[in-house]
Design a protein around this ligand. Sequence first.
Ligand code: BG6
Length: 501
Amino acid sequence: MSFPKNFLWGGATAANQYEGGWQEGGRGIAVHDLMTDGTKDEPRRIYCQNDQGDEVTIQQGECIPFGYRGILKEGYYYPSHQATDFYHHYKEDIALMSEMGFKTYRLSISWTRIFPNGDDEEPNEEGLRFYDQVINELRKYNIEPLVTILHFDMPLHLATKYGGWKDRRLIDFYLRFARTLFERWKDKVTYWITVNEINVLGGYWTLGLASNHRKTGTHSNQGETPLEDAGIKLQSIHYMLVASALANKMARKINPNFMLGTMCALSGIYPATCHPDDVFGAYEFRRKALLYSDVTMRGYYPNYAQAIFDEYNFHLEMEPEDEKILRENTSDYLAFSYYRTTAFDRNSPNTTTTGGQQASPNPYLKKTPWGWPIDPEGLRFVLNELYDRYQKPLFIVENGMGNIDVVEEDGSIHDDYRIAYLRDHIKEMKKAVEIDHVNLLGYTTWGCIDIVSAGTGEMKKRYGFVYVDLDDKGNGSLKRMKKDSFYWYKKVIESNGEILE
Ligand code: BG6
């Protein structure tokens, strides 16, 4: 046994990090357009202002203080505006993907390109036409589009006017967006992901949330402490879960052959020692990441959800029909990102409600230059963990190593570290398929053509097989250059994962 013949090899990107063209084709402003660049040590920021002209800055994951709005500030660099300009390079880039033999390409749709404000009645035809061209180009090369409807994206207008996903009306705006895409590409796209990393509880950036814990007066339904912020996030994610289930329901009516996926950040977590508190601590920590796939794959909030809600002193508000919606519209497959593992140490638990990525490091593992532990065997572990739990097909839709690449004088780029990382992960993935009989639909590496880092806003943290000439401040020709890994991945795909050296 080896990888199935129709195994979907490919690569993945997201509009906010790749597309650019931020003011072209009638596109509206998204919250991520207000995010500055950053570094490993200097977080990306959003500058905010109130009506009196007072300014505050917020960082990724934080909520905007109530009464403030995000602004663009002179003299700062905003990486998403141009990103690596897929908007103008899609033909060239898709040709490169085809040259590598991609069977699939995972892209996301910019919400504001289709609905510039998010609550518009009618979609922006020019925006749809852009993606028509992209999808037709993919089809031309027999590359299966894998479409993420929402990837770290929030129309600024929805954040400002409604406070983002805190407002239940967002469900309808999202569904209008989703319906437009499902209907438009019902015969051209089979694989969908409703929301990227739904278990990563962003603040203003992804959920569009305002809060009051920075103290700017009081307002009902706004958090006044970080704990209340966590509650607002949990409630917002509930609306997103309902939206995602309703999108599944709607999609199945439009085309019963659609494959509808949930996507979660599910890099792994181990106990730091065999001390029982580390073991149970790691288990509890992991369940914070699994909560959302439990809901979307099984169709209900699991028993332990209440323990998490109690920790945040949170009471979940449900409409009477919500339970039925969740139960009847589970996803067909679970897509996930896997980059690393971390360890849960009872002495420094550093708990988080997200994908288990912020715990203590593991001394047995080497790290990337950005400090992410490298753990190929952890991928086999996670594939088994998830397949045991859900018994539904899995799809690895993000995996890869962010690293600094050097262009030699002759234009070559020797990224042997990337080849080693991917090769070792593919070997483990192969064991999970061949030995453990995990049902895996495909594998798309992250940032297949270089894109801006979501976490740091840097360009130098590169994941791609194709180098894009652009630096951290947006200087460069945007020229595309093949790295050594380009030729290597081509062979991997050609041999359906048999040739890995
Ligand atoms: C995932 C996101 O969490 O990690 C991507 O879905 C992101 O959007 C990726 O780019 C890698 O993170 P970073 O910070 O290295 O870009």
